[in-house]
Write a protein that binds this ligand. Structure first.
Ligand SMILES: Nc1ncnc2c1ncn2[C@@H]1O[C@H](COP(=O)(O)OP(=O)(O)OP(=O)(O)O)[C@@H](O)[C@H]1O
Ligand SMILES: [Mg+2]
Length: 317
């Protein structure tokens, strides 16, 4: 089951809908994630990018089984995570972890840094004599020195707090981390440090990341593969370099065209793209109402097409 040819994470047709309205006769649902498929291999970073509300965090929570799916399958190391025995479930909890956007709210302010990082080890019944060493190692691996152990989160800067959150996420030696906007609350220069740290954790420890961000610039800096999401659907998925250099889907083009001007190499390939607002239609392409290239054909949903080494959800590729 643990053979290295099996992808670490295999997701097929994953779907999640939220109940938004309930009356006596009718329930209304909102599709937050709609038939999303992807794989994440060992020692790999898959960037998930899309605007606010596109379903990125929902995907992250689904693959960690923090919320229940409504459809599709999620396999971790070849095994359906909904078919786990109690033992396998425990191991899954040990082998996966999460880093959230805002370390101010994700770290308990009443705990010392060493207690925050030690907690997962206690939950997983590591003996006391092993815990101290593991905490120290995680803190150092996250780029902090041991003087931080006895401090409280409020005494740390935003970047240092995020390093503590990462120390906590790696203390159990996980295979996969879902990093949900881990740099979005940080200054640009600090963002870069955290991105470098994540890259080195991938290289040195072989950890795989599902890296979630609304910022395609950040996604481009560290992802091996990219998945562009719009309204719960994958618009384009492929190798990061391919997508950044030659985006195919109109929505990916829009995201890249919105990059700041210090990326002339990317910008000169993209013309100015006008903003479009068309009336919504039910059952067509989900990007129809905002797509600069849409025609009447887009009132019917496109299929995924394989082009230039990637998958694209558009009629015109
Ligand atoms: N518990 C919930 N109940 C109802 N709707 C929800 C719930 N959680 C999320 N949603 C809705 O599902 C959609 C996707 O949410 P999600 O948090 O996954 O988006 P996101 O891409 O992570 O956005 P952001 O960039 O703002 O973090 C949003 O429209 C959101 O309002
Ligand atoms: Mg989110």
């Amino acid at each position: 089951m643990d053979s290295s040819s099996t992808p670490l994470l295999q997701v097929e047709n994953l779907s999640k809908r939220y109940l938004i309205k309930k009356t006596l006769f009718k329930k209304e649902f909102f599709k937050a994630v709609d038939k999303v498929s992807f794989t994440l291999d060992r020692r790999e970073i898959l960037g998930v990018v899309g605007e606010s509300g596109s379903g990125k965090s929902t995907i992250g929570k689904l693959v960690l089984k923090l919320i229940q799916k409504d459809g599709g399958t999620i396999k971790f190391k070849g095994k359906d995570i909904y078919q786990f025995t109690k033992e396998e479930e425990k191991r899954f909890r040990r082998e996966t972890s999460v880093v959230f956007q805002d370390p101010r709210t994700s770290l308990n302010p009443r705990f010392k840094i060493k207690e925050i990082v030690e907690e997962p080890l206690i939950v997983h019944n590591f003996p006391k004599e092993e815990r101290e060493e593991k905490v120290k190692k995680a803190i150092t691996d996250a780029g902090l020195d041991l003087s931080f152990l006895d401090r409280y989160p409020s005494q740390l800067s935003g970047g240092q707090r995020q390093r503590v959150a990462i120390a906590r996420a790696i203390v159990l030696d996980p295979d996969m981390i879902v990093a949900d906007e881990p740099t979005s609350a940080l200054d640009v220069s600090i963002q870069l440090q955290i991105i470098n740290l994540i890259n080195s954790l991938k290289k040195d420890k072989g950890i795989s990341f599902l890296f979630i961000s609304h910022d395609i610039n950040v996604i481009g800096m560290l992802s091996d593969y990219i998945m562009v999401i719009y309204r719960g659907k994958i618009m384009e998925k492929g190798k990061a370099l391919d997508i950044l250099k030659y985006p195919i889907h109109p929505y990916t083009k829009l995201l890249i065209a919105s990059l700041p001007a210090q990326h002339p190499s990317q910008r000169d390939k993209i013309k100015y793209i006008p903003e479009v607002y068309r009336e919504e239609i039910d059952g067509g392409c989900v990007f129809y109402s905002r797509c600069p290239d849409a025609t009447d054909q887009c009132k019917t949903p496109p299929n995924y097409k394989k082009v230039n080494n990637r998958e694209v959800y558009c009629h015109f590729v």
